[in-house]
Every structure is written in structure tokens, then in C-alpha cells.
Design a protein around this ligand. Structure first.
Ligand code: MG
Length: 355
């Protein structure tokens, strides 16, 4: 069923050839490496802020939010679950939204799992979500290659990342290597030694990798610097991630930064806040951006993703962002609304029940 759903999606994307074009600033053979998201975001977020005078805490969702939204796009960690626990009240809230006829999608920057892997996680948490509603950055990387007809080049992909990227590349038939199989590899760095690399690598994909090592960095560096036209694709640029509840951990921004540091190349970013996933969804389902709301717990990925792509945006305080940080003078990224959790979408019902 999963494979069938993916095939339907990729077929739909193939029909809309323009869907992914905005994120690629150069052709595969171009020598000039154009920054796609990272450097332009700061500029765009300032523009977004200038247009948004204030941010309101959601108080009357039945009046201010729900009538104006047909589609909710939810980030997962910090919105639907925290680590391995579903946030209280979420299953009931999703049921109520669906009962109202709202469409729901789940978009995560975490590339360590494929959509199939995420489906298992949703199932294990008792959340009945179809695979076609789940969009991970591992899927986005595969969809990007599908859309740009990478397979036709006859080239391969070198993966710095985990199994999620490999599973998604398998589904679209893109040849790849690296990833978990290069965990623990150490290059011989004695006098005169060299790492030999495959001249047929046409793209390096970098996603979160708990087993990143110097061999992988060197291999990626050789492919990007020495193979003409080799693309550098990042699943996301998240600075930190939440492997455990105890502290913040270095995110994929650190892996991408390592490759950027030795190549001087800006990556093409396929995850949030890049536009690829929303372009894909809008193209596939003919959605009206004005009636989509992006809901997330991070300002620099989720809310920026919503604001930069013409969506409504709502920050929840159930994840990494505090109210203090949101309202601080230093913050330049403002959502349309904020709420403690998406459970508050139906706060009016609670008020009604209590009175
Ligand atoms: Mg999150």
C-alpha cells in the first residue's frame, strides 16, 4: 500500500514539472553554486517580520482560525509527540479536525526514517495516519531526484546520513551508496595515501548522521570538489535536535556545515524551510495556500517555512520554543498566532462545556 501511495505521488509530481524548480538555483553542470535557502532566509525573515505587526495568542479558534483553514500541516516532534510519547489530547484533536473535513499532513525535517519508518512510529503511538499524509525530509530528497530526473543521468548518489534516506532512494530507483555502510570507516592517512572516490557520483545528500566520520566527510568533499556538476543536497539545516529530553544535540546543520566548510558550496535544501515540500503538496492536491496553516514548535524552520511560502502560521509552545523567546525583542520571526498546544484549537468547546 505504501509503495502504491508513493507511486501515485511521484506520478503526480512528474506531471507538474515546475513543482520543484524554485529551489534549484543552478543547473547540474553549473560551476557557480547558488545559495538556495540559508543566506536568503535571514533577508526574507526580516521582510516577514516587517509585515507582521504583532503576534496574537489564539483565544477564539472557532472564530479566528478554523473557518479560514482547510489544510493543517503539522510538524511532528514538539507538536504531535515529544520523543516517544504522544502529547496529551492530540489523537482526539486530530479526530475532531478530520470530522470537520480538514485535511492534515505531517512534515518533519528528521531524515533518519523513511515515510514507512514514520508510519510505524505513528502506529506505535496509536495515531491512525495514512502514509501519504507523512512527508519527511528523506522523502523530500528522493522526490527532488525524481522530479529532476536524476536517474536519467546514469549517476549515483553518495549518502551522508541514515537508513531513511536510503529507503526512500530505493523506492524511486536512484542508485546510492555510503550511509550506514560507511560507519566506522577510517581512511589510511599514511605517507602517500589517498581515498579513491567514484567519479560517477552526481550528488551528495547530507542528512542527520549519528555515525558521521572523517572518511565520509573526505569522500563527500572529493565528490563535490572533483566530480564536475556534482550536486550538494541537504535534507535540512537544523542547528540542534532532540535526541533525548536531557539536552539539545548537534543537528544536521553541523553535518552540512562540515561539507560546506571543505567545499565552499552552499547546499540545495529540500526540507523546511525550503519550499520543496509545500510546492509538492500544492501541486499534487491543487491546494490554496491562503487556506493552509503551518503548525510547528520552531521559529527558524516551521514558522519561517509557513511565512516564506505564503501560508498561515501558528507556533505551539509544546516543543522547543518558549513564550519568552517568541515575544523577545531579539526574535525576528513571528507567526500569525501562537497557542500552548493544538489541543487549544477546540478550547471554545471546553469553555462551552464549563459554562
Ligand atoms: Mg518540531
Amino acid at each position: 500500500m505504501y509503495t502504491k501511495a508513493l507511486a501515485a505521488l511521484t506520478l503526480a509530481s512528474a506531471r507538474g514539472a515546475s513543482a520543484f524548480s524554485p529551489i534549484v538555483g543552478r543547473s547540474a553542470a553549473s560551476v557557480v553554486r547558488m545559495p538556495v535557502t540559508s543566506s536568503s532566509h535571514a533577508q526574507r525573515s526580516i521582510t516577514s517580520t516587517a509585515l507582521k505587526a504583532s503576534v496574537a495568542k489564539l483565544s477564539e479558534p472557532a472564530k479566528d482560525l478554523l473557518p479560514d483553514v482547510d489544510v493543517f500541516i503539522f510538524d511532528c516532534d514538539g507538536v504531535i509527540w515529544r520523543g516517544d510519547s504522544v502529547i496529551e489530547g492530540i489523537p482526539e484533536t486530530l479526530d475532531k479536525l478530520r470530522a470537520m473535513g480538514k485535511k492534515t499532513f505531517f512534515v518533519t525535517n528528521n531524515s533518519t526514517k523513511s515515510r514507512k519508518g514514520y508510519k510505524k512510529k505513528f502506529d506505535s503511538l496509536g495515531l491512525d495516519v495514512p502514509a501519504e499524509e507523512i512527508f519527511s525530509s528523506s522523502f523530500a530528497a528522493a522526490a527532488y531526484f525524481e522530479q529532476t530526473k536524476f536517474k536519467d543521468t546514469g549517476k549515483k548518489v553518495y549518502v551522508v546520513g541514515e537508513i531513511g534516506i536510503q529507503e526512500e532512494l530505493d523506492l524511486v530507483g536512484v542508485p546510492h551508496f555510503g550511509g550506514p555502510e560507511d560507519a566506522g570507516k577510517q581512511p589510511d592517512m599514511g605517507p602517500g595515501c589517498a581515498v579513491s572516490h567514484d567519479k560517477d557520483v552526481g550528488a551528495v545528500v547530507v542528512g542527520f548522521d549519528r555515525n558521521i566520520n572523517y572518511y565520509k566527510i573526505q569522500y563527500a568533499q572529493l565528490c563535490i570538489n572533483e566530480n564536475p556538476g556534482c550536486q550538494f543536497i541537504a535534507t535540512n539545516l537544523d542547528a540542534v535536535t532532540h535526541l533525548t529530553d536531557a539536552q539539545e544535540w548537534a543537528g544536521n546543520g553541523s553535518m552540512v556545515g562540515a561539507i560546506k566548510g571543505c567545499t565552499g558550496v552552499e547546499p540545495t535544501v529540500v526540507g523546511k524551510p525550503g519550499p520543496l515540500m509545500i510546492d509538492y503538496l500544492c501541486d499534487k492536491l491543487s491546494l490554496d495556500r491562503n487556506r493552509i496553516c503551518m503548525v510547528g514548535d520552531r521559529l527558524d524552520t516551521d514558522i519561517l517555512f509557513g511565512n516564506d511560502n505564503g501560508l498561515k502560521s501558528l507556533l505551539v509552545l509544546s516543543g522547543v520554543t518558549t513564550e519568552e523567546k517568541l515575544l523577545s525583542a531579539e526574535n525576528t520571526i513571528t507567526p500569525d498566532f501562537y497557542a500552548d498546544s493544538i489541543v487549544d484549537f477546540f478550547m471554545d468547546e471546553k469553555v462551552g462545556a464549563e459554562t
